[in-house]
Write a protein that binds this ligand. Sequence first.
Ligand SMILES: Nc1ncnc2c1ncn2[C@@H]1O[C@H](COP(=O)(O)OP(=O)(O)OP(=O)(O)O)[C@@H](O)[C@H]1O
Ligand SMILES: O=P(O)(O)OC[C@H]1O[C@H](OP(=O)(O)OP(=O)(O)O)[C@H](O)[C@@H]1O
Length: 231
Amino acid sequence: MTITIALPSKGRMKDDASAIFERAGMPISAVGNDRSYRGRVEGWDDVEVAFLSASEISREIGNGSVDFGVTGEDLMREGFAEIDKRVEFCARLGFGHADVVVAVPEIWLDVDTMADLVDVAADFRARHSRRLAIATKYWRLTQQFFSSQHGIQLYRIVESLGATEGAPAAGSADIIVDITSTGSTLRANHLKVLQDGVILHSQACLVRARKESHADEPAVQAIIDAVRAAL
Ligand SMILES: Nc1ncnc2c1ncn2[C@@H]1O[C@H](COP(=O)(O)OP(=O)(O)OP(=O)(O)O)[C@@H](O)[C@H]1O
Ligand SMILES: O=P(O)(O)OC[C@H]1O[C@H](OP(=O)(O)OP(=O)(O)O)[C@H](O)[C@@H]1O
């Protein structure tokens, strides 16, 4: 059986992932030239590498088109319901750190917690004749956090495909759910994270698609062991 591992095709995630596989005794090389989207692992003839974007990797692992991938936990959890039934998070790799957070305008002085936001959401309709609007590209994580965990039902999600932090100032939403790493984008946009507003601490993970065929394939466990030993 050929085992396919999907790895980030660009940026820091690519370099960090490649360094871990190198330390794991699985040096990755591109097939053809550096721009190639296929790679191999020296000494592991049954393994092939597909270089994809982080969001494509999460989709391909979730629907089982690849066996392993390196991508952010946020993208996996956002992309699929009941993700732990579909995939195994084999290892947290210690890079690609980003928190998915609820952030509100700094000038909302009396809103510091999710409980405060529950009150705001309830008041919103009476005061403004509309629902609290949340800009995000994280629909699933937002709905789980607001509806299931905090019992907030009166809100509306405004889909954002970029520059989410600008939505409150632009007037297209009241608050946001987005990722932050250094916090500088939030600060630049005069937004603050609620005290209990961290939905997920995300980082890059080695993720395995749960497939029955993996049980009979010793190389699957060998890959997991090698990567874990490199951390
Ligand atoms: N500062 C950051 N900005 C963006 N993503 C980050 C940051 N830090 C870590 N990440 C993580 O990187 C992953 C997103 O990577 P990337 O932006 O390459 O994804 P992509 O959506 O596939 O790329 P593209 O936007 O080119 O399609 C997510 O898992 C995210 O949590
Ligand atoms: O806390 P900070 O260090 O300021 O980083 C957070 C920012 O980085 C990302 O944007 P980026 O433009 O990198 O990617 P995106 O296209 O996925 O939004 C993210 O969407 C935030 O806007």
